[in-house]
Design a protein around this ligand. Sequence first.
Ligand code: OGA
Ligand code: NI
Length: 364
Amino acid sequence: MEVEEGLDDWAKEVKAFEETKAGVKGLVDSGVTKVPRIFVHPRAELLKPEVLSEESSGESRVPLIDLRGVEGVERKDIVEQIRQACEHWGFFQMVNHGMDVSVINATLEATRRLHEQPSEDKVGLFSDDSSKKVRLYTVNGSVHKSRPGPWRDALACAYLDDTLDSEEIPQICRKEMEDYVQSIIKLRETLSELLSEALGLSSDYLSRIECMKSEFLTWLYYPACPEPELAFGAPQHSDPTFLTILLQDTIGGLQFLHQDHWVDVPPIPGALIAHIGDLMQIISNDKFKSADHRVLARSDQIRVSAACFLYPSAKNLLKPYSPIMELMSDNNQPLYKEVSPLEYAIYHQSRAMDGTSTLSHYKL
Ligand code: OGA
Ligand code: NI
């Protein structure tokens, strides 16, 4: 049948691409002038909804929160700003977050260095096996017609319960990866307290339920794209995490969906972005919102970023999570059924781009 033949061709193209073990960077280096169709997004998706740029959206300026003084008198005000950002936007940028600027710069440089090594030094790292703790990948095994691939390559390192054997990390970025995760752990503890307080719970609540005890660090490389109007660095998605901490370089291109408009997140040197993931939306019973976001492709610049996806401790990946009991009342009944982080992540991965939200599947 024709349809099936079409799908077969598609799958063959994905397979052939994966077998190059050179990623999107490899395609660009080989001199492609057209985006292969496995990366081409439907036109309708590319055009809508309308983008609201920073300049044209005075009142929609993305939340920027200064964490200076978080241990002092400013704390109450900071918690209130975080509450508003998480309820209305689902994300915020942070400055004075305590992560050293030298760690930030070293991370961005190491991300570039890792991805820009000669292809022969990277082939061994490319893998489509998502159970590997360390690997390079592009399409993550799920590219089909309704879900074209992203125009970027990713190095993923899984720190289950904050740990990963040093030897497993590529030497070329080992020190930087280890410094970065240590800084993230510190920041994670601060944010875990602030988010607990913003939910109206005791500061140690989120830390006690161990929902952010593992870091999946993903260092991303977005090569310049010969036809940026056809592809996305990252197509529209939500993150199936509790919280994501994101470091972007100065190129821009990250957008969040806010009140049905795409809003640019302006790069601020030294700033980090925190955004609520689907699992946090579930346990907060929709108080905090997990916002869809995407990354535009561009023709003239390479972009790098470092995303840290926060998940529970290994022993809790199969534990069911549901709306936090302490938040429930006669006026606030649970909106979600129980789901384990692993089940959620697998379901999210299987249908992330089919246009419906994964969250709605778990609504009561
Ligand atoms: C992601 C993501 C954004 C970025 O990897 O889930 O949204 O700026 N990344 O790289
Ligand atoms: Ni994301």
